[in-house]
Design a protein around this ligand. Sequence first.
Ligand SMILES: Cc1cc2nc3c(=O)[nH]c(=O)nc-3n(C[C@H](O)[C@H](O)[C@H](O)COP(=O)(O)OP(=O)(O)OC[C@H]3O[C@@H](n4cnc5c(N)ncnc54)[C@H](O)[C@@H]3O)c2cc1C
Length: 427
Amino acid sequence: MTHTAYPQSYYAASANPVPPRPELTGETDTDVCIVGAGYTGLSTALSLLENGFKVSIVEAAKVGFGASGRNGGQIVNSYSRDIDVIERTLGPKQAQLLGQMAFEGGRIIRERIAKYGIQCDLKNGGVFAAITGKQMDHLEAQKRLWERYGHTQLELLDAKRIREVVATDNYIGGMLDMSGGHIHPLNLALGEAAAVESLGGVIYEQSPAIRIERDANPVVHTPQGRIKAKFVVVAGNAYLGNLIPELSAKSMPCGTQVITTEPLSAELAKSLLPQDYCVEDCNYLLDYYRLSGDKRLIFGGGVVYGARDPANIEAIIRPKMLRTFPQLKDVKIDYAWTGNFLLTLSRLPQVGRLGDNVYYSQGCSGHGVTYTHLAGKVLAEALRGQAERFDAFAELPHYPFPGGQLLRIPFTAMGAWYYSLRDKLGV
Ligand SMILES: Cc1cc2nc3c(=O)[nH]c(=O)nc-3n(C[C@H](O)[C@H](O)[C@H](O)COP(=O)(O)OP(=O)(O)OC[C@H]3O[C@@H](n4cnc5c(N)ncnc54)[C@H](O)[C@@H]3O)c2cc1C
């Protein structure tokens, strides 16, 4: 079998050492078999193991091979859809539950880092940067809404304050979330995998699930083996392909690209982001950036609908970086890569059960570092028979993309073009 390696990212180049992990061969059994070793799978495994379950994970490639090992590393709380939209579309009870949970993922990440001693360059503080007056009004409204759910740590930044935290003239203001922040995403995933194994969980790499027998006693098949389980949790997200056709009809893989500069001098790094916060702007197709532990600028942006790999990532992303920081014009780009996240039409996660014993959570549509950690906890609660919080997600309605499999990519790209034009015009 061909082994699938990490992309040539900065994260893979600076990953903490890991033990070799076996491929699944032969037959074994467990309480819960999880498909996919990204944050969703790992967080679910940890929550289950901490509650006495036996857990095995089958991973098609390597731990953190998908979005969890490639992302911008930004701990962005809440969901990829604003809470007022959730309030308008769902009942008050469901909105209340989702609103209360919206900042929990960041706390779970910090608890795991502390409990399991994970080395992943954690820094506190994330900034949402407003380019237009309309975006600033939106941030002010969001802050007021979040306060109603008890999330009172958010701080608005005026034009002078935002200039003190990020050295660009692009922004008219912003909002600081000190419960946000940033991490080395692959090292977080690798640390969580080590924690899973320290609690007796088993992770098989290079072991794609190729079939799931969905009956009273589910069985997950890989090319060389199979796992009998009481429950299966599907956590393959944008890399799942068509393993579960009911799920792929209502979600679409999308690519986003990241570049990483050479290490900057300490003075230059500090001049760009003096407090070492991470930043994302408020555009529909947003730019996001931060410093790495060794003071490189990691800059991401852009979306490729349908997740085709663009030919020259640096040519797409570097001009965006220079529009924010022209002072980096002579700085070399050391790494460029792409990764896939899973978009749903509502931009809310796709969560639920298939029959009684196959569970899934995927499709957080952009922001997923915190949600996936919450999802793991909530999935584990459901498997323990406490499904109220799980059901708040499972009841979210989902619809197929307009245009079906053939036309959904151009239709969605047209929608995104429309929204990004509105951002440019400030309307
Ligand atoms: C470039 C990029 C930048 C991003 N930046 C941010 C950010 O800064 N902040 C933020 O909040 N979110 C960000 N996101 C989103 C975030 O990374 C994801 O939402 C999150 O990591 C998803 O985690 P996951 O475990 O659900 O999926 P993944 O991390 O994609 O993991 C799925 C895993 O399942 C495995 N798998 C798939 N199919 C099978 C199968 N059949 N059998 C076995 N294994 C299988 C895959 O190999 C993969 O390892 C970004 C995403 C990308 C791509």
